[in-house]
Ligand binder design. Structure first.
Ligand code: ADP
Length: 326
């Protein structure tokens, strides 16, 4: 068994609902295993500035249902430089922290990987991101909640879209991954999703209109993944106004609403399982791995795979969406 006495815990990068459930699980599983646990505030920033407090079980009482993260989160440019990471390592030594649990997305786990390579400290990660874009896990913490938020918002927009017989482009998060757009469209009965995975392959807007879009309906909803390349929902609406002026087009950008709210049961359970698994992993001498769930089973995914490999989207779902939107 690994000789770990004190676990440091932080949340970093974009916040996601369910991060608190993960903090609770990591804290309680540490204490259950007779480990000390310390909460590091504001992600890697707190690691550099030493904003750290010991956590007891009651520090994490009554948070499983809260969105956001009680540890706060931040983006930290200093941690991208070797000097910043050296200071972070010195903080860990000073605090007596001998293992680290990082909850965050792609960027945060990349930072964790680099840090763990430079310094001989066991680091494990939890995938905390609404985008679901980490390889090796079926879903990430926060994705299901964001998907439900999108579904509820689209349900509301549909009422006005159908009353005014309008075409709505609704922009959702996920600039590199279309999981929210595609599954959000399926869940809300939208006509189509425009996703980054196939931007370079087809002109999705043209396909949509060519395929007899709005043959039988007077209103339509299209979910669009945010993008600097296509201009997202605004870019699509501008093109429609120019190329297909017969449509009465509107845009809604859901924005940060997608990050907030009480986590769904699914996200709470996922975060709880992964948080407890992170401590199991450390006790088993694992390091440089992200917790994942595949086919309802916990797996350890090497950081290198989790952040570097592109998670494939199920393209069959695009076809299902097309069939169901006739
Ligand atoms: P997310 O974790 O949600 O993807 P970011 O991409 O903003 O969010 O990353 C969060 C933080 O992780 C950054 O502010 C930085 O401190 C750290 N980080 C990201 N990429 C690297 C890197 N290549 N090297 C070191 N640290 C990194």
């Amino acid at each position: 068994m690994a000789n770990i006495k004190c676990v440091g815990l932080l949340t970093s990068g974009g916040d996601a609902p369910g991060m608190n459930a993960a903090i609770r699980a990591v804290t309680r599983a540490s204490i259950y295993n007779d480990l000390e646990v310390k909460g590091i505030y504001r992600g890697y920033k707190g690691l550099i500035t030493g904003e750290i407090l010991p956590f007891k079980t009651n520090n994490v009482s009554n948070i499983i249902q809260q969105g956001g993260t009680i540890l706060k989160t931040a983006r930290c440019v200093e941690f991208r430089e070797p000097e910043g990471r050296r200071t972070a390592y010195e903080t860990l030594q000073k605090e007596g922290i001998d293992a680290l649990v990082v909850i965050g997305g792609d960027g945060s786990l990349t930072g964790a990987r680099i840090f763990a390579q430079e310094y001989n400290i066991p680091v494990v990660g939890l995938p905390g991101t609404i985008d679901n874009d980490l390889y090796g896990t079926d879903t990430t913490i926060g994705y299901d909640t964001a998907l439900n938020t999108i579904m509820q918002a689209v349900d509301k927009i549909r009422d006005t879209a159908s009353s005014h017989e309008r075409l709505f482009f609704i922009e959702v998060m996920g600039r590199d991954a279309g999981f929210l757009a595609l599954n959000g469209a399926l869940a809300s009965g939208a006509e189509a999703a425009i996703i980054p995975e196939i931007w370079t392959e087809v002109d999705q807007l043209e396909e949509l209109i060519k395929n007899g879009f709005r043959k039988t309906k007077n209103s339509s909803i299209v979910l669009v993944a945010e993008s600097e390349i296509t201009g997202g929902a605004i870019g699509m609406a501008e093109r429609v106004k120019k190329e297909y002026p017969q449509y009465d087009v509107r845009v809604t950008i859901l924005g940060h609403i997608q990050r907030g709210g009480s986590p769904t049961a699914s996200d709470r359970i996922l975060a709880s399982r992964m948080g407890a698994a992170a401590i199991d992993a450390l006790m088993e001498d694992q390091r440089n791995v992200m917790m994942g769930v595949q086919d309802d089973t916990i797996v350890y995914v090497p950081f290198s795979k989790a952040v570097k490999k592109d998670k494939p989207i199920n393209r069959d779902l695009l076809n299902t969406l097309r069939i169901l939107s006739i």
